[in-house]
Design a protein around this ligand. Structure first.
Ligand code: DQA
Length: 150
């Protein structure tokens, strides 16, 4: 079994299902965890799935992923638009990084149109609701598999 895919979610995503469901959908974060684990298992991976409202805790987990993950999926939520420190932590990773958003931030307010995280990400999945997470896990797994065959 390869190292797990880390799936990290940032602030306010613990409120999924009740927070602006017209934007973020009705799935809870627990629903999304199950979907990620199921999708990853089908691809031969385990998932470490965590959420925090605290920037430093997310950074600690990104640093942990340097040692323990085969790839990282991250929905940085609001910190994506603000956190240079999170970007710096991500830049220290050698593993593939998939940035993930439920909504399509590029189609929303101006301040959401770019993220610091994108400067470190291998790729980006956004706009598909909970499915964005599943697609991000699939992309991460595919990148890991591809790296092992070259
Ligand atoms: C989000 C988009 C961000 O702009 C926002 O701050 C979030 C959620 C998304 O998943 O669509 O909290 O990352």
């Amino acid at each position: 079994m390869p190292n797990p895919i880390y799936v990290l979610s940032g602030p306010n995503l613990n409120l999924l299902g009740v927070r602006e469901p017209h934007i973020y959908g009705h799935d809870t974060l627990e629903d999304i965890r199950v979907r990620c684990e199921t999708r990853a298992a089908g691809l031969g991976f385990e998932v470490v799935f965590r959420q925090s409202n605290h920037e430093g805790e997310l950074i600690d987990w990104v640093q942990e992923a340097r040692e323990a993950a085969s790839a990282l999926v991250i929905n940085p939520a609001g910190y994506g638009h603000t956190s240079v420190a999170l970007l710096d932590a991500l830049k220290a990773l050698k593993q593939p990084i998939v940035e993930c958003h439920l909504s399509n931030p590029a189609a929303r307010e101006d301040f959401r149109r770019s993220t610091y995280v994108s400067l470190a990400a291998t790729g980006l999945v956004s706009g598909f609701g909970a499915l964005s997470y599943e697609l991000a896990v699939e992309a991460a797994a595919g990148m890991v598999r591809a790296a092992k065959t070259v």
